[in-house]
Design a protein around this ligand. Structure first.
Ligand code: UDP
Length: 488
């Protein structure tokens, strides 16, 4: 087990969270990677944006008893045995005032992000860390969606590891976006609709399964600029760390390994860390275990759309009505402001009473704990990559409702390639009766037998990869060795 090994050396790695919004799907893997590396003896400096730090602190303060000590930073008190881990937490401004409302103003926020102000702030912060801390940092780990990482790494002579938190397939498609353009599957007035079969490492993929940004007509948005610039920059990285498992995506990984030092090091969970962690979560969570404990084994549908997906009020109402009509027991994570610009109640008053205790709605919960509960039978998911890996780990088949970004592509992996789930919706608006009948059929024993069998196999792959001679453990070793060669 990687995490029980003796520390091999002490050096410093600046793990840099540079995401403009507040996606848990990026921050959670960064947190877990930092813990993983720190538990092997590295000193970590963890950079986080001020507005994200503020959200974490506020969430903590709302649940903390007034008499308890200050919650500290997210790594405070983390130990391996009696040894504290050396993780230094540092907050950096993105240059915008804290009061700037970042939700639902992505294009505007990105405008600011792309005009260089964020670059200046990060350069300054990394510079201070490099010049001022002991030991001197050697490696910069940066989210692949941060488009100037290689420039900063070069400036301070740091080994640059780009951290990709989505599947290798999605990385591969963005990396080869020029081929999609050349073949008129992207950014062209007369888009082809036939399957795409010329991307190295991808047998075939339907245009509808591309990431949402590669299906849009307008390709000159700030989001597109960010993606294109980031994928130009990643070509200069010293390596790419990816939160996937080699055997899950073997063809794609093989091709990417030929193109660059590409290291699948997933799944990055807290599950296998034998650490004492004081603050188990970054966000305020509702405990649903009392309710779940009263439910029969394998009877509950867990519903969550992750930390970013949004709906219109009408679509949300239709979904809620479908869930109610299905007569299935459910636990639904409904984030505040799932409907943009909506600050009031999302569901009609009395929704929970109307389902007669058959369902519970919470704003956020400990998803990993929920998925491992014996009462959970299925996961109605937006197909966020972390959710997919967590579902596989807990052997919970998925009912897919992809919304945007990499989610349509992740859906293809779940439903078409691995056969561990089925579709709820194909992107078009759905009516409550269809939603109800799809949920009913998914929850019926018959339809889930095959999914359960397949998902058991995948769980074994994930377990094997974390063994002492598993591919993810070996890949982390290679990453460490290569970065060491760079320093010497
Ligand atoms: N999550 C959680 N509690 C919730 C819902 C989600 O802790 O109530 C976590 C989940 O375990 C996962 C992350 O939030 O690690 C969501 O990441 P994902 O990639 O699935 O989706 P994103 O939020 O990036 O769209």
């Amino acid at each position: 087990n990687l995490f029980d090994e003796k520390p091999i050396r002490r050096q410093e790695i600046a793990a840099n969270v540079t995401n403009f919004m507040n996606p848990k799907g990026h921050i959670n893997p960064f947190t877990q990677l930092s813990l993983k590396l720190a538990s092997r003896g590295f000193t970590i400096t963890f950079l986080v944006f001020e507005h994200i730090h503020q959200e974490i602190t506020q969430a903590r303060n709302t649940t903390r008893p007034a008499t308890s000590p200050d919650p500290g930073d997210i790594f405070e008190g983390v130990r391996k045995g009696s040894e504290p881990l050396d993780i230094r937490y540092r907050v950096v401004s993105d240059g915008l005032p804290l009061e700037f409302d970042r939700t639902g103003r992505l294009e505007e926020h990105l405008d600011w992000y792309l005009n260089g102000s964020v670059y200046d702030k990060l350069e300054e912060a990394v510079g201070e860390i490099v010049m001022g801390s002991k030991p001197r940092p050697n490696v910069l780990v940066v989210d692949t969606f941060y488009p100037w990482a290689s420039k900063i790494a070069k400036m301070f002579e740091l080994y640059h590891a780009s951290f990709w938190t989505e599947p290798a397939l999605v990385f591969n498609l963005y990396y080869h976006v020029h081929l999609l353009r050349e073949h008129a599957h992207f950014d062209c007035p007369d888009l082809r609709k036939d399957p795409i079969n010329y991307i190295p490492g991808v047998k075939s993929i339907e245009p509808k399964d591309l990431m949402s940004y590669l299906q849009e007509k307008n390709t000159s948005t700030n989001m597109h600029k960010l993606i294109f610039t980031s994928f130009e920059d990643v070509r200069f990285a010293d390596c790419v760390l990816c939160n996937t498992v080699q055997d899950l995506e073997s063809d794609t990984v093989l091709i990417l390994k030929k193109l660059m030092p590409f290291y699948p090091i997933g799944p990055i969970f807290r599950t296998k860390l034998s650490l004492n962690i004081v603050h188990t979560s970054l966000w305020c969570e509702s405990s649903c275990t009392n309710w779940l404990d009263q439910q029969p084994d394998g009877s509950v549908l867990y519903v969550s759309f992750g930390s970013l997906a949004n709906f219109t009020q009408d679509d949300l109402m239709e979904f809620a009505s479908g869930l109610k009509l299905s007569n299935v027991s459910f636990l639904w994570v409904l984030r505040p402001r799932t409907v943009l610009h909506e600050h009031g109640e999302l569901l009609p008053e009395g929704f929970e009473e109307e389902v007669n205790g058959r369902g519970v709605v919470v704003p956020w919960t400990d998803q990993i704990a929920i998925l491992s509960h014996r009462a959970i039978a299925g996961f109605l998911t937006h197909c966020g990559w972390n959710s997919v890996l967590e579902s596989i780990w807990n052997q919970i088949p998925m009912l897919c409702f992809p919304v945007f970004g990499d989610q349509p592509t992740n859906r293809k992996l779940i439903v078409d390639d691995w056969r561990i789930g089925t579709n709820l919706c194909d992107g078009t608006s759905m009516k409550r009766k269809d939603i109800a009948s799809k949920i009913q059929s998914f929850m019926s024993q018959k339809s889930r037998v095959e999914f359960c069998k397949n998902i058991q196999e995948l769980r074994k792959l994930l377990e094997n990869t974390l063994d002492i001679d598993g591919s993810s453990v070996k890949n982390i070793d290679v990453f460490i060795k290569n970065s060491e060669m760079y320093w010497s």
